[in-house]
Design a protein around this ligand. Structure first.
Ligand code: 4AD
Ligand code: MG
Length: 476
């Protein structure tokens, strides 16, 4: 395998011949080619040797062209790099017409880059985001693996709606222009591929629960799909979710696990993505200069990440949070779009952010929500008013984790499902675990892109996934 720029920069085999394969970022003074191969944020400076170089070829060294340069690695005389390659040969492997190539060596707007998402990973910003994303994914697997969790692949096509919110994408092979009907006039799902109604999964939790009741500690890490029409900077129609599930765990164990995991993976990124995070931090500072003082974040990116690692999250109940919110300035001055009048209100992102950013100024875990606003599978608390739910709220993001202790009592669970109109005939397999060897268990879901958003300091979730899917957008 040819060495990557990252490997060459770390080993620095000065005096030896190296081969650099990548894409031209800039070509200065007809002499210095900055080549990126995406292995790290740094480019390699390739110095053209005019004696051995065909002048016709020089014209083809343009921004975006793919090149292969062979030469000796030397200590650099110039500023900005420790080593450079004195090229004997530079082969232009793939041209990039400078009149047509849309990326120029300058700052491009995020909206424009979203339109050319097939090329945007060649920019410094998206290269950095993708490398941090990879490291976070790796750290998540490592965290769980090191603690004896098994990775479960939950199905992507399913017949159930795990969250009971009805925000699902249908999966069907029925001809849309000639849908077979039953004598009663409804869609004849028996004629469909799976002979039943199916959709893309909104969560792997229910299957993870089945696995936890066999393997004790498991997690899923897969794509999930939600057909909610939310055009926000924090919602995607296709996103990746990590869902651990643990047998004999209660809510407190669950909170401890989630906090440990978030600390570990953020710490891993700080340790292993130093250059990329530094670049993203500088980029964020630059971006914030154009914002009014009040909207700028009080901490730079690295400080913010370290702060989360070093400080215990604030834990309080939904009821306590409601009291804080009800008495808060923005509520009294009617600054919230949704005013908090009392117990029972569903929290909006403005409330979550107030708690985290203004009141506590650190991540917050809210527990024991009213059962009416939470899913059917959450364990009903004594008193029958609340469930053992937990949401973890982060600065600038709002909810990053949602989880709960699960209802393991068959009678309570079936009663809840009836109340919430969850079709029980379809969920016999789920109820079976409550019939055969049921036990307390708990788990949570971490939205992977929300985590990447937090760690990279980017401001829109569409910019932390290679090809975002949002209402009206499924390009590439
Ligand atoms: O709170 P949610 O809906 O919880 C569940 O799906 C549970 N089954 C998890 C569990 O207990 N195993 O989603 C979990 C997390 C949210 O906290 C959020 O971070 C993320 O998934 N999320 C989204 N991320 C991006 N785009 C969306 N549309 C998201 N919806 C949820
Ligand atoms: Mg949630």
């Amino acid at each position: 395998m040819k060495q990557s720029i990252k490997e060459i920069l770390s080993e620095k085999p000065v005096g030896q011949e190296v081969v650099i394969c990548g894409w031209v970022r800039t070509f200065r003074n007809n002499q210095f080619v900055a080549v990126s191969d995406g292995s790290c944020i740094q480019t390699m400076q390739v110095v053209v040797n005019h004696e051995t170089m065909d002048p016709a070829l020089l014209k083809r060294i343009t921004t975006g062209a793919a090149v292969m340069a062979t030469g000796v690695l030397e200590e650099s005389q110039g500023k900005g790099q420790a080593v450079e390659v004195r090229a004997n040969t530079i082969e232009v492997v793939g041209d990039a017409d400078p009149d047509k190539y849309p990326l120029q060596p300058k700052r491009h707007g995020m909206e424009f880059l979203r339109e050319i998402a097939h090329l945007r990973m060649r920019t410094n910003t998206f290269g950095a985001v993708m490398r941090v994303r990879h490291n976070l994914a790796y750290a998540i697997h490592k965290f769980f693996h090191d603690r004896g969790f098994y990775y479960i692949h939950s199905p992507i096509i399913t017949g159930s709606d795990a969250e009971g919110a009805g925000e699902m994408f249908r999966v069907t092979t029925l001809p849309l222009d000639n849908v077979p009907k039953t004598p009663e006039g409804s869609v004849d799902v028996k004629k469909d591929f799976f002979e039943k109604m199916t959709n893309l999964t909104v969560s792997g939790q229910l299957e993870a629960e089945l696995a936890a009741l066999a393997l004790s500690r498991v997690y899923t890490f897969g794509p999930t799909f939600r057909a909610e029409n939310s055009n926000t900077t924090r919602h995607l129609a296709e996103f990746w979710m990590i869902e651990p599930e643990v047998a004999f765990f209660d809510l407190k164990d669950n909170m401890d696990l989630a906090e440990d995991m978030l600390r570990y993976v953020i710490g891993y990124a700080l340790e292993h993505c130093e250059d990329d995070i530094q670049f993203l931090q500088d980029r964020q500072l630059q971006e914030e200069k154009s914002k009014p003082m009040a909207e700028r974040s009080p901490m730079d990116l690295t400080t913010k990440l370290k702060f989360v690692i070093d400080n215990a999250f604030e834990r309080l109940t939904y009821g306590e949070a409601i009291e804080i919110l009800r008495n808060s300035k923005p509520n009294k001055k009617k600054k919230f779009q949704y005013l908090i009048e009392g117990w029972g209100a569903d929290l909006q992102s403005e409330h979550e952010r107030y708690l985290v950013e203004q009141h506590f100024q650190k991540p917050v875990i809210l527990t024991n929500y009213p059962k009416e606003i939470k899913s059917f599978y959450m364990r009903v608390d004594d008193g029958d008013k609340t469930v053992s739910a937990m949401d973890i709220l982060f600065p600038a993001i709002g909810e990053i984790v949602g989880g709960s202790q699960r209802e393991e009592r068959l009678d309570v669970l079936t009663k809840r499902m009836e109340e919430m109109h969850i079709p029980m005939e379809e969920m016999q397999w789920y109820l079976d675990t409550r019939k055969f060897g049921t036990c307390p268990h708990a788990g949570f879901g971490l939205g992977f892109e929300r985590l990447v958003l937090f760690v990279t300091g980017m401001s829109n979730i569409r910019d932390v996934i290679p090809f975002p899917r949002t209402p009206g957008n499924a390009e590439f």
